[in-house]
Design a binder for this molecule. Sequence first.
Ligand code: MTE
Ligand code: MO
Length: 478
Amino acid sequence: AEEKKFIRLDEVKQHGKSADRKWVIKGTRVFDITDWIAAHPGGPVIIRAVGGSIDPYWDIFSIHQNPDVYDILEDYFIGDIDPRDLVNGAVGSDNIEDPFVNDPPRDSSLIQHTEKPCNAETPTSLLDTFITPNEVFYVRNHLWVPEVEGTTHTLTVELPDGNEKEYTLAELKSKFAPFHITATLQCSGNRRKHMSAGARHAAGLQWDIGAISNAKWTGVRLRDVLRDAGVDVDARYLEDAKHVQFVGAEAYGASIPIDKALQARGDVMLAYEMNGRALPRDHGYPLRVLVPGHTAARSVKWLEKIILSEEESQSQWQQRDYKCFGPNQTGKDLDWSSAPAIQETPVQSAMTSIKEVSPGSFDASRELQKPGLTEDAVQVAGYALSGGGREIIRVDISADGGSTWQQAVLLPDEAEGQQSWSWKRWHAIVSRPVVGSEMVVKAIDDGYNTQPESYVGQYNFRGNLTTAWHRVRYPFSE
Ligand code: MTE
Ligand code: MO
């Protein structure tokens, strides 16, 4: 029998990212993966783990929990961790690097669904301003927050012919005209909790109504940068360039169709400021894409590379997670390629505040006052949004579960941008519902698209794009 080789932890640590030979630990076993790194399907992100344990990374990238992947690793086995370095038969947790150690601190008013990675929604009480302050803007991270240097950061643009062009952040700022827009970002999973409750359990984070926020963004036009990099942005047809892929510094990636990227009125931005300040680390410092009118998954943070290609991004976030199937189609034996990735989003609305008011006691603005109101009433407010730059033209409110309706007042917020990229806030005063009845909201956009009535018909097993009528039962405090 072959003699067992034991390796000390300190020796593994010396085989980190600057070493010639790069080692990783899986469980208590050591592998020299140097010759395999270039073939890693996930790209150079694997460098992050060398010199230590890959277990915390494999927990995040669950795609690795698969016999084929274990087989690949087996070819590179070089020995076991020396028993003197084991605690109860395992590598002690203080020797396993936490990928999230360098994440930034977060505002305590955010509602955290998971801490590592950070997934936190804006509390309902803070969803009622047109602009969401940076500190309480919802956070949706699939991985850790990468440490990116603002002063030395460069963006690489790869053209279909393989040529590359590089821009430092400073070059982007000085070479191209800055512009700004207000735009809402909404996660595809916003309101998933309602779908789980109203139909059946949908897989994923159980967001309430706060995986959505609105900000004023400053940056340069993707269209201008692509033109400078050599793309014929006015061509009617571009050979080999059907999609624009975005790669984040921590390994996240997604893409959008070339038409959206090049549209003169599409306002796709490489953003470096959010509400007048440098992007916070959680929101992509120092550079992110902002794809207004599309699901927020395409607005890649910590933007490092742009690739023009025939194909969409091959990331799991383009190929799998952010797609919708029929209510009867479930994860087993599903042909993921049969559904397109979510891009533009449907009509959405939600109630963010419901207050009981008595005649004469309104704190609402004057346009909301109903002269002659003599009964107790309810003042309700919320947001409404459509995708693709379509504008919300009407919001309907019902105080009796959807039998009778009235129109809310749309607030005159100053949205900026060439199309409608921001949520509309609305207010209404309605009669007080009878006990046990539901307040309901639905919105309509300028294509007369509206929201479905029921979660059951809208159900999809990943719980994406939950937009069925938002309902709240009276009395409101549960
Ligand atoms: N970009 C990177 N690099 N990594 C990510 O995890 N998450 C995406 C998108 N861009 C993500 C990303 C998703 S799913 C959403 S909803 C938005 O970022 C969230 O943006 P925010 O955290 O600034 O609100
Ligand atoms: Mo998302």
